[in-house]
Design a protein around this ligand. Structure first.
Ligand SMILES: [Zn+2]
Length: 405
């Protein structure tokens, strides 16, 4: 019924105040004015194109909100970084399209986004890629499926063998929680890869350990998967050095080119091309894993669960807002009644110190002379769970790898 400009009107009103006048905060040390604006707007490709005023068809002449690549260029060379979209160019294109609607396809834009009314935000530089939808629910599934089916066709292993390996692998820590589901097998013996995002990440990382030993060394099609894995380590890193972004760029280009050469019959999807924009976007926005939509999907799941429990159909917005505020109160820094040193652990058990490896005993300075100590299988500190058998990297030097007991 309503367009984005109507829906976002109250927000835009507030944002304009924040940009122009700011907020006055009075404290004992005087009055402070705080101003702010929008840095990024995060969404999946369809959502970002819709709110940014770009065409929402990913099969049209121009499919990229970052550059002017055409459909035919996309198929011939998805890495080509055609002329980037610029603020001035985009504004001109929009004004032409508003006059001549038939030119929307030519430029890949259809309307002026309401967000462009902000002083410091523009849709050509403020709608980063969402790697959750691009990779975890896109490129990863496509590539893993192609490579696995190639291996099955060439009798390196069967789909049943792979499923058996997936079912019996000794997963640890978060991998145990995100253990991949068995792959569905078609009557022809091929598999189709459909997993939740976290399961897909787990499957891609562990696939070489699951079936890599059955694949001939230096098999060029298998190497496509390894190249994707290399690229994904840089793309999904929570922090990255600037010089590593150059390595990321090389890895991504190498992967896309190899994929096209080794699987020429596979249709090139826009998501594959979007990957070639990741290095530049990482420099602009920081590691893209911090801009993915899974943060919001996680937040939504909290509201959905409250909705299921309360069964409130009268004023659901009010209930959710109230419950959420109560929930936030327990998390805030202004209270520590649920803090307990931020540490949670499972049941404790008594451990004889003589059973401890001597190098661990040496680390436990304060208790190393005791006969027994209390031990736990896992400890959650500050939101991170450390379990027995997992490793913690303390630095880049291989010598610094430390095992957690
Ligand atoms: Zn592009």
């Amino acid at each position: 019924m309503y367009s984005f400009s109507e829906i976002l009107q109250p927000l835009m009103f507030d944002l304009r105040i924040l940009e122009n006048e700011g907020l006055l905060v009075s404290r004992s040390d005087g009055n402070h004015w705080f101003r702010g604006t929008v840095a990024v707007v995060i969404g999946d490709n369809l959502g970002s194109h819709a709110i940014g005023g770009f065409l929402e068809s990913f099969n049209s002449y121009r499919v990229c909100r970052f550059c002017m690549i055409t459909k035919s260029q996309l198929h011939s060379n998805p890495v080509t970084l055609a002329c980037s979209r610029t603020k001035t160019g985009h504004n001109e294109q929009v004004s032409i399209v508003l006059q001549y609607q038939s030119l929307a396809t030519t430029y890949g834009v259809k309307s002026c986004s309401v967000l462009n009314q902000l002083k410091y935000f523009h849709v050509v530089s403020g709608l980063p890629s969402d790697i959750a939808h691009d990779l975890f629910e896109g490129v990863f599934c496509d590539v893993v499926q192609c490579v696995i089916n190639y291996c099955i066709e060439n009798s390196f292993f069967t789909a049943e063998y792979l499923n058996q390996r997936i079912g019996h692998f000794p997963y640890l820590g978060s991998d145990k929680v995100n253990k991949p589901s068995a792959l569905s097998i078609s009557p022809g013996g091929k598999v189709s890869v459909k997993q939740e995002a976290a399961q897909m990440w787990c499957l891609l990382r562990l696939l070489p350990l699951l079936v890599g030993h059955r694949v001939p060394v230096e098999n060029s099609k298998w190497e496509v998967l390894l190249k994707l894995l290399d690229s994904s380590h840089y793309i999904c890193a929570p922090s990255i050095y600037r010089h590593e972004v150059a390595i990321m760029e090389e890895c991504i280009t190498d992967f896309i080119n190899s994929f096209q050469v080794e699987f020429p019959d596979q249709a090139v999807k826009p998501k594959l091309h979007y990957m070639s924009h990741y290095p530049q976007q990482t420099l602009q926005f920081g590691p893209l894993v911090h801009c993915w939509t899974l943060w919001f999907e996680g937040k939504h799941s909290y509201f959905k669960s409250i909705n299921r429990i309360t069964k409130n159909k009268v004023n659901i917005c009010k209930t959710l807002a109230h419950r959420h505020q109560m929930h936030q109160l327990t998390k805030g820094p202004f209270t520590n009644y649920l803090d307990a040193n931020k540490m949670e652990h499972q049941e404790t058990y008594t451990l004889n110190m003589s059973e401890m490896p001597s190098e661990v005993k040496e680390c436990l300075h304060t208790v190393k002379h005791m006969e027994h100590i209390l031990a736990v299988k896992s400890v959650t500190y500050d939101g991170i769970t450390y379990s027995s058998g997992l490793c913690v990297t303390l630095g880049e030097n291989g010598d610094l790898l430390s095992r957690v007991y």
